[in-house]
Write a protein that binds this ligand. Structure first.
Ligand code: ATP
Length: 359
């Protein structure tokens, strides 16, 4: 006669007792409530199949097994890398393709979050061409160290670190491969970022191994994908989204930003010319069930501002700053929603729109 004690002993033997919440024996049926730490359906299925096989092996067909598997994702699994003390939210800025304006968007988003009253850092992890030092007019800066930690360079109130500070723009190529991962690890963990509401990470373009290692390195709260309206760029957005949604990455995508969405001539600011097609990103965002965080026009002064080293979101004229402020607010809205719908993590602290009044 099989007893409840036999079943509990067996659960210990097969080393699943820490996943078992409750065991009941009713006649010839064992009812076991278990936890799965992965939200993926195939994991649940795999657990079910393995349990049935193990029980049949041990107790034969005399004992029926009824499993109730519930999903509980532990905090630890949401947090990819070691938590960084003092940093509340880490947002990865990615693009499926190169040259779509990812670094420009990251810079202006950083400035806009700062204008909304947040403490912001920006890590330039673009190994192929770190451009943040130029965009923030700190091309020749060299970070110092304090208590064995790198001190970020501050520009326009944003804490900055970039591979460009160390490699020199022309040597960017040396950062490829394992060395790049190691360097980025140091920029993230061996730096004194201080207290930050947001650390934005300007990822390299594309979706390769280096992205995976960066994203697994840090507890990324959410990602934002930048695209241009062309079909080829939009097609690559799907790859970017898929990368963040891989089970081992599992970083929520907060939304898509369409850059260079339309052209506005300076002399006719009311006219919008959709040179590369209209509403491509919006339709894509809808089909992927993601928010479109905003559309940024092609404007000469955005490029000039980047080249000059003073992001366009700082301009007196309100056209560009307002577009970016709206995008920053939408991103925070999406983050708030993400925090409501997903299990809380240590890295996620912003739960309301408080502090979002424009300064
Ligand atoms: N909305 C815009 N209007 C005009 N020029 C823009 C706009 N966005 C970006 N640019 C310009 O386009 C060029 C590419 O932008 P950026 O370097 O930000 O792209 P990226 O996606 O980060 O590139 P990479 O793939 O090299 O990392 C830059 O010269 C930038 O100033």
């Amino acid at each position: 006669m099989i007893s409840k004690k036999d079943i509990i002993e067996f659960l210990k033997e097969i080393e699943v007792e820490d996943l078992v919440k409750n065991v009941q024996l009713m006649g010839d049926t064992a009812i076991i409530d278990m936890l799965s730490h992965s939200p993926a359906m195939h994991e649940k299925k795999r657990m079910e199949v393995a349990m049935h096989a193990a029980f049949e092996d041990k107790f034969g067909k005399d004992l029926k097994l009824k499993l109730n598997i519930s999903v509980e994702v532990p905090e630890k699994q949401e947090i990819k890398g070691k938590n960084i003390p003092g940093i509340k939210n880490i947002i990865a800025i990615a693009s499926g393709k190169g040259g779509v304006g990812k670094s420009t968007v990251a810079s202006n988003l950083a400035i806009s979050l700062k204008k909304l009253g947040f403490k912001v850092g920006l890590l330039d992890a673009d190994i192929y061409g770190p451009s943040i030092p130029v965009m923030f007019d700190v091309e020749n800066a060299k970070p110092t160290s304090k208590d064995h930690k790198m001190v970020p360079i501050e520009s326009y109130g944003i804490q900055l670190l970039s591979l460009g500070f160390f490699s020199g723009a022309n040597q960017a190529v040396v950062w490829r491969g394992a060395m790049a991962s190691k360097a980025i690890h140091q920029l993230i963990h061996d730096a004194d970022w201080g207290e930050l509401d947001f650390l934005l990470i300007d990822l390299p373009p594309g979706t390769g191994d280096i992205h995976l290692s960066i994203v697994q390195e840090v507890p990324v709260t959410g990602s934002v994908i930048v695209s241009t309206p062309q079909h080829v760029a939009l097609a690559d957005v799907k790859k970017g989204v898929a990368m963040f949604q891989m089970p081992e990455i599992n970083v929520p995508v907060l939304g898509i930003i369409e850059n260079m969405a339309y052209f506005v001539p300076k002399e006719l600011p009311e006219n919008k010319y959709y040179i590369f097609g209209k509403k491509g990103a919006q339709k894509l965002a809808e089909s992927l069930d993601l928010p479109l965080l905003g559309e940024i026009p092609i404007i000469q002064s955005i490029r000039e501002a980047s080249d000059y080293g003073r992001p366009a979101a700082l301009q007196e004229d309100e056209l560009i700053p307002n577009i970016y402020i709206e995008i920053a607010k939408k991103m925070i809205e999406s983050l708030v929603l993400r925090n409501k719908n997903l299990p809380p993590t240590e890295a996620v602290r912003i739960t309301t729109m408080a502090g979002c009044s424009s300064k």
